[in-house]
Design a protein around this ligand. Sequence first.
Ligand SMILES: Cc1cc2nc3c(=O)[nH]c(=O)nc-3n(C[C@H](O)[C@H](O)[C@H](O)COP(=O)(O)OP(=O)(O)OC[C@H]3O[C@@H](n4cnc5c(N)ncnc54)[C@H](O)[C@@H]3O)c2cc1C
Ligand SMILES: NC(=O)c1ccc[n+]([C@@H]2O[C@H](COP(=O)([O-])OP(=O)(O)OC[C@H]3O[C@@H](n4cnc5c(N)ncnc54)[C@H](OP(=O)(O)O)[C@@H]3O)[C@@H](O)[C@H]2O)c1
Length: 437
Amino acid sequence: MTTLRTGPEAVYDVLGIGFGPSNLALSIAIEEHNNTSGDVITAGFLERQPQFGWHRGMLLDDATMQVSFPKDLVTMRNPASDFSFLCYLRERGRLVDFLNQKTLFPLRAEFHDYFEWAAARMRHLVEYSAEVLQIEPVRAEGGEIRWFDVTSRDPDDPGRTVVRRARNICVAVGLEPHLPPGTVLSDRVCHTSELIPRVAEMAGAPVRRALVLGAGQSAAEAVDYLHRVFADAEVCAVFAKYGYTPADDTPFANRIFDPEAVDVYYTSPPEVKQSLLEYHRSTNYSVVDSELIESLYATMYREQVHGRKRLRMMNVSRIRDVREQDGRLAVTVEYLPTGEHEVLDADLLVHATGYRSQDIGALLGETAKLCLRDDEDAIRVDRDHRVKVAPQVTAGIYLQGGTEHSHGLTSTLLSTTAIRAGEIRDSLLAQRSLTAN
Ligand SMILES: Cc1cc2nc3c(=O)[nH]c(=O)nc-3n(C[C@H](O)[C@H](O)[C@H](O)COP(=O)(O)OP(=O)(O)OC[C@H]3O[C@@H](n4cnc5c(N)ncnc54)[C@H](O)[C@@H]3O)c2cc1C
Ligand SMILES: NC(=O)c1ccc[n+]([C@@H]2O[C@H](COP(=O)([O-])OP(=O)(O)OC[C@H]3O[C@@H](n4cnc5c(N)ncnc54)[C@H](OP(=O)(O)O)[C@@H]3O)[C@@H](O)[C@H]2O)c1
């Protein structure tokens, strides 16, 4: 179904590529502006999934958010917005019950439902099943690049493409799974982004052993989940560290996610940027929520007491080889201190090896050539999230995500989503008045 206008007469002020939390927040910021101002921004959003979905493959029933609920889609920008998590709770009839829990960290499943609730209210601005394939610059008379033509297709009907024109685009296509080089995915080998559907496919089949590679939050959650759902299986956690590292969520370190920290990071010289990323990596990367670490340890110890060990930590170890035959895996694990190899017969291998920002160069195509780059070949981005471009370009490219190099650790997270959406909306308005004058 086509909800967004097409054709040459329909030129959008902004087309959003991807409709995850980042562009959902932008759509709300624009809607709230349009409802109170005559200076309307025409916006549309293209999302390749058939419906709203936020990391559905890891939507484990008991997993909680890694960010406090006031850092929802709006509150940090507009605490009076009726798109807040608290308004969602009120509408669902759970406001008082939620507060009685005395937690700032809702279930991920509940936050997903909140996002879906907000996305449903913005449905009129979104085209689902619309995968963006390319973004072409369009020249006005005199050679000025004033618009972009955005081509999308329905993944279920790939032969038919649709082109829409926009003065600005806002790219928020998120992260993509990272896998060790040479990994061959199969029915038995997957990334955590596919965990829930993969386990569902194995329902009923006897599972004797599952392996999880990695020591981040996804890995620990996957180990815990597989241990619960495959009640007779041994679950092996394989990682190079000695033990899981707790996520640093202490208040002073947490300030690295404050809106002001983005200003500090943005204006710092490259070596200070680098040191800030390294100092505070343990707020986010390769770390696990302390409560989950304690819980996994307690499970392992309990099994030791009862003499039935199903949870096995293969620390200081690496996977060296994976072979698949007749629906079974033979996984060679090396214990790094001695170089000793152990071959494990397994039913499932889950790579909890993290994510990387998508290479938007491929998506931007010809348009990528208009973006200015720094000495490290990273795209140069202004503080208002607008890409620095060649002088003949007056059309705008905004980025949400993929800007850790310029805007710091919050770039791929939810912490400043509401504020960033407001900054982009304000920049769209400011650029419009600049070109009008
Ligand atoms: C399991 C998991 C849990 C997380 N939990 C937290 C948390 O608790 N707190 C936190 O701060 N961060 C968390 N994160 C980090 C995560 O990056 C952010 O929560 C959030 O997803 C960022 O939103 P986004 O809209 O930028 O990207 P995404 O949520 O990834 O959304 C991008 C969207 O773009 C769409 N898309 C991609 N390419 C195209 C294309 N070519 N055409 C059209 N559409 C396209 C995708 O389908 C997707 O819907 C988590 C990450 C994972 C993997
Ligand atoms: N409940 C939640 O809200 C929730 C759940 C899951 C994830 N998340 C979020 O999602 C983000 C990503 O977390 P994540 O756990 O998926 O990724 P991550 O933190 O990047 O961890 C990746 C893990 O994989 C290992 N690894 C990477 N490449 C490897 C290779 N080639 N060989 C062996 N090991 C390799 C890393 O080891 P090294 O450190 O040694 O490289 C690390 O242990 C974080 O922001 C996290 O908070 C949130």
